[in-house]
Design a protein around this ligand. Structure first.
Ligand code: SAM
Ligand code: SF4
Ligand code: SF4
Length: 351
């Protein structure tokens, strides 16, 4: 007998997982966002944000699940201007075709997110979101819907004045910039030749944020710990801890394994994505997460089902059951085993 959403509620594994090493500034970014709403007299939004964070923590602890996804991530296109050493697109040439989701489709999906109670939107998985031609209108539309959380994840190289202003005007709560280096030399090896431009863009953002007298969006900077970056991790933490609101050192995922799928067993698998998010790809496919391994995991397509239908689909119920019973499909097995985090085979969304 399949599990319904109700009894899955009681069965979510109560495992805490370690994946990312996070260093925070003097204040927790969640507190910064909450305080911002309070100080702007937006008590209703502050309250909703608090409830959402409490629910998020309950989901992570395995105490609760929702009948709609708390977080929805979008890959608006598959275009990118970089060729990072660690990125799957380096192996998968098919990923550079600049295919995109239609503008009106995105608007409809954003509207549905608001209607069903989604708390958090993420733009910028799989590609470089600022290459999407109508990105500023999309961001403004999301801003008008007043989600409690709004993530923008970018490589930062295209952050000019106009884009920074839209970020500051659209209710973006978190700006996540992937840097992966403290030196031009390492950046060159990992991400390419725009290190100084990137640094100048980030400091321009910080300057403009300060001039506005606003704490939002909080700045999160990320580095993937790999053989290319290992010697700079400590300096990265030291440097950015004083400047950014959050410094996230992430495990490298072995991208070769996305196609090879070399593992067939995993002990004690844990992942909280099936309870925390839906990812919508540029072609309208619903996925249970934004791991590259989810290319093998398709719930359905926006042409055939709503976001809520995808979330409550037999596919998702079965995926959650797999984690509850600790017997997961080979794609999740390989995803978890490909995280070179050392001791733990766990994927954990860190929002
Ligand atoms: C795919 S990118 C999309 C957003 C944007 N293009 C960027 O680079 O930030 C999202 C995040 O995934 C990370 N990522 C890409 N390939 C990875 C891998 N093999 N292992 C771990 N993280 C990876 C990137 O460094 C980035 O922080
Ligand atoms: S910028 Fe992001 S999407 Fe583009 S190649 Fe690098 S990691 Fe991949
Ligand atoms: S284990 Fe990996 S592929 Fe499976 S749902 Fe979690 S993040 Fe996605």
């Amino acid at each position: 007998m399949g599990l319904s959403n109700d009894n899955v509620n009681e069965l979510i594994p109560r495992t805490e997982a370690i994946k990312h090493i996070i260093h925070r500034g003097s204040k927790d970014p969640n507190k910064i966002i909450y305080d911002y709403y309070v100080s702007h007299g937006d008590t209703q939004k502050a309250q909703r944000f608090l409830q959402y964070r409490e629910v998020w923590e309950s989901i992570r602890k395995g105490e609760k699940s929702l009948d709609f996804p708390p977080h929805v991530a979008f890959a608006l296109s598959d275009a990118c201007n970089l060729h990072c050493a660690h990125c799957y697109r380096v192996f998968n040439k098919d990923r550079t075709l600049k295919r995109r989701m239609e503008f009106d489709e995105i608007f409809k999906l954003i509207d549905e997110c608001k209607e069903i109670g989604v708390h958090s939107i993420n733009l910028g998985t799989e590609s470089e979101m600022f290459l999407y031609d109508s990105i500023l209108e999309v961001m403004a539309h999301i801003g008008s819907k007043r989600f409690e959380d709004f993530w923008v994840c970018t490589n930062g190289t295209l952050l000019n004045d106009e884009k920074i202003n839209v970020i500051l005007n659209s209710g973006v709560t978190r700006l996540s910039v992937s840097i992966d280096a403290v030196s031009n030399e390492t950046y060159n090896k990992v991400r390419g030749k725009h290190f100084y431009k990137l640094m100048s863009n980030i400091f321009n953002f910080l300057d403009r944020r300060e001039k506005r007298g606003t704490a939002l969006p909080v700045l999160r900077v990320t580095m993937i710990k790999s053989n290319l970056t290992i010697n700079e991790c400590d300096d990265f933490i030291r440097f950015w801890s004083k400047i950014a609101d959050e410094v996230d050192i992430q495990p490298l995922i072995d991208i070769k394994n996305i196609d090879l799928l070399k593992y067939d067993y995993i002990q004690d698998p844990y992942c909280n994505y099936p309870w925390t998010m839906i990812y919508i790809n540029w072609n309208g496919d619903y996925k249970p997460c934004c791991s590259e391994f989810c290319k093998h995991l398709t719930i359905g397509n926006i042409k055939d089902m709503s976001i809520k239908d995808a979330w409550n689909s037999p596919y998702m119920i079965d995926l959650r059951r797999q984690f509850v019973e600790k017997k997961v499909n080979k794609y999740c097995t390989n995803c978890l085993r490909s995280l070179n985090s050392g001791e733990s085979y766990s994927a954990l969304s860190t929002g």
